[in-house]
Design a protein around this ligand. Structure first.
Ligand code: SAJ
Length: 455
């Protein structure tokens, strides 16, 4: 079947009839849910991954990925014969009509994008690609990587004529951790192809498989720019609110009251202050664009400054902890500080670039006792520490409770009961504005909140 010559209606029919083969390379946080949604839609899917352990576990129906219902969907997809995992990437590519690339593209310690996994996939692509197939790059990359690196590499190493024998598109993933399946089936997808037919085929495939609207843009670089614009927009707005939180606290203004009131204006999109910006996306994505900008001799000041402001937030929280302890007459030296919430965001079990790690590492420089608890990481070794089994266990004889993640569980805590476990006087440092300061003080704690003036 020459997949690239199919019409839109044919793609939907052949997908349902199990006549379309899809290879998803990189069956991790994004790749596995993506593979399973295609399998549920009728595609014959091979999940290709270099990790033998991942492939072995997944073929047994076991995954570490923390998305609701994923194991059941995985088991159904395997038993239906629509999904299997394999470490033989070139063979999986050779069998497929559509090859979807979902490998990580992290930034290294020098903030340079690391495309090594993507380039390893390209080396497998040129071993396995067959005429009439379509390559779909979902990994988040800088604008231009497809047109200037991937496409020329494939053209050089194979006798495939791009646009005729082989289609290539960028279709950046837009699935939010903790709600990936919901996002895959609701959020419109952005597709940019090396030619119109590549875009049309990819659009038809995603529309049929995921039931979502597909927005076609001019080319792969534009599709990549859309994804980066979304996340850089978010990073910059968080940096703005973080900066205002610090300033407003000093001039007696409550940042949350201000945001809530500003949200009554139609063109104000609320963002909230926090102890820093963590996760696999926002801390990394801006650097793809910064690298491209530097290459063309343009300095993206605002993009860079937002990253600096957000990366400085953990240090600002450590200062707030110092002030909070001094406010109850306790030096940081010899105090017990408990970090409550280590995940980078609420409801997600993930500590990638988590602000809590940088706060804990900074506190370790002082002669303090540190404990941590997170409802998603009970009794696990994280950041070189054994996490506690409960809030009560963690806060015994504590001087300061530092809330770094706004997990729903924390909003239900009985603060009066907790105030009996700590070493009074004790203080709550609320970096996520989880609590009302009056409720905290009425419960027997002192209170300091990010962006909340000292009452
Ligand atoms: N954060 C703030 N203040 C805010 C929003 C977020 O401090 O107002 C912090 C979070 O606590 C976290 C970091 O920023 O530490 C990133 O938060 P995020 O909500 O952006 O979560 P991510 O990193 O999982 O971002 C992903 C992105 N999705 C994709 O890249 C496909 C992002 O575009 C989504 O908006 C986000 O998920 C989401 O809403 O779940």
């Amino acid at each position: 079947m020459d997949f690239l010559s199919l019409k839109e209606t044919e793609i939907a029919d052949k997908l349902k009839d199990g006549k379309i083969k899809v290879c998803v390379i990189g069956i991790g946080r994004i790749g596995l849910p993506t593979a399973l949604v295609f399998a549920q839609a009728g595609a014959k899917v091979i999940g290709a991954d270099i990790s033998e352990e991942v492939v072995e576990n997944i073929n047994k129906g076991i995954t570490y990925i923390d998305e609701t219902g994923i194991e059941e969907i995985l088991k159904d997809s395997i038993s239906s014969g629509n999904f299997i995992a394999s470490t033989d990437v070139p063979s999986a590519i050779n069998e497929a009509d559509a090859i979807i690339i979902c490998v990580p593209t992290p930034v290294d310690n020098n903030k340079n994008p690391n495309y090594s996994d993507l380039m390893a996939v390209c080396r497998d692509l040129v071993k396995g690609l067959k005429k009439g197939s379509l390559v779909i790059v979902e990994s988040t990359i800088a604008p231009g990587i497809v047109e200037e690196i991937i496409a020329p590499f494939i053209e050089e190493k194979t006798n495939l004529v791009l646009g005729k024998d082989l289609g290539i598109v960028s279709c950046p993933e837009r699935a939010d951790p903790g709600k990936i399946f919901e996002c895959l089936k609701t959020i419109p997808r952005i597709v940019g192809g090396i030619n119109e037919n590549s875009s049309n085929i990819a659009a038809a495939l995603y529309k049929a498989a995921m039931g979502v609207k597909v927005v076609k843009v001019s080319n792969p670089r534009t599709a990549n720019a859309v994804k980066l614009t979304e996340n850089i927009f978010r990073d910059v707005n968080i940096a703005l609110i973080n900066e205002l939180a610090i300033l407003f606290e000093k001039i007696g203004i409550n940042i949350i009251e201000t945001i809530d009131a500003a949200t009554t204006k139609w063109n104000f999109i609320p963002h909230y202050p926090g102890p820093g910006v963590g996760g696999p996306c926002l801390p990394a994505n801006p650097y793809y664009l910064i690298q491209v900008a530097n290459r063309v001799g343009y300095i993206p000041y605002l993009v860079r400054l937002a990253r600096e402001i957000n990366d400085r937030m953990p240090d600002n929280i450590v200062n707030l902890i110092f002030e909070a302890l001094n406010g109850i007459g306790k030096p940081i030296k010899g105090s017990k500080i408990v970090v409550l919430g280590i995940s980078y965001k609420s409801g997600v079990k993930d500590v990638q670039y988590a602000p809590a790690e940088r706060i804990i590492n900074a506190l370790k420089k002082y002669d303090t006792e540190i404990a941590c608890y997170d409802p998603l990481f009970e009794n696990e070794i994280v950041f070189g520490m054994l996490t506690e089994l409960s809030v009560e266990d963690a806060i015994q004889n504590a001087d300061a409770l530092v809330f770094c993640t706004a997990h729903a569980e924390f909003k239900q805590l009985n603060l009066e009961n907790l105030s009996k476990c700590v070493r009074q006087p004790a203080v709550i440092v609320d970096t996520r504005n989880i609590f009302d300061s009056n409720e905290v003080t009425n419960a027997g704690f002192a209170y300091r909140g990010l962006g909340v003036p000292i009452s």
